[in-house]
Design a protein around this ligand. Structure first.
Ligand SMILES: [Zn+2]
Length: 184
């Protein structure tokens, strides 16, 4: 299969690539751009054909009631290949007002517009350390505090809690409260 696809690719883009063939740097760049646009196109197509978290007309809510399927809500996500739009199933409970997007939960999508793979790359680039150490740190800081059973977080609440947790893990708890005392 790979040979057949390579033949077709070469046939489709041969002319364009022939212009930079003698220059490895430019050839590499042109090929990178081409594969990226193919990747984002294929990714968008696959995502469009998926259920994106749709679990039927109703799902159970933690309040004991039912969350009703409201519709598919679009969200722009930056992936390794570029931007895609994912239309995710959105559920809301009329009884308690809670809402959820199972696709985001299952894929570990945070409040940022980064896909899991891109978030990982950014994390690795941002921290000059081995990937194992970074993964361990993410698990230690985020997972242990926020992913306990029954927990549901708002963006503001989770950010504030994580800021405090980092503060405590860095042994800056006392100095933080000295700088930012609670209003009397
Ligand atoms: Zn509810």
């Amino acid at each position: 299969m790979a040979t057949r696809i390579l033949n077709q690719l070469q046939e489709a883009c041969g002319e364009e690539l022939a212009l930079v063939r003698g220059d490895l740097g430019r050839l590499e760049q042109a090929l990178g751009a081409m594969l990226k646009s193919l990747g984002v196109g294929l990714l968008q197509r696959l995502v469009d054909q998926s259920r994106n978290g749709y679990q039927g007309p109703c799902v159970a809510c933690t309040c004991g009631g039912w969350m009703r399927f409201v519709g598919h809500r679009p969200r722009a996500i930056h992936t390794l290949f570029g931007w895609i739009t994912v239309r995710r199933a959105y559920y809301c409970c009329a009884r308690c007002g809670r809402s959820k997007v199972p696709y985001d939960e299952a894929g570990g999508l945070g409040s940022e517009q980064l896909s899991p793979a891109l978030a990982k790359v950014c994390c690795l680039l941002a921290v000059d350390d081995s990937s194992g150490a970074v993964e361990g740190a993410c698990k230690h800081v985020v997972g242990k505090r926020l992913k306990q059973s029954g927990m549901i977080w708002t963006r503001a609440g989770s950010s504030a809690t994580l800021a405090l947790r980092i503060c405590r893990l860095n042994r800056q708890w006392d100095s933080f409260w000295q700088q930012k005392p609670l209003a009397a």
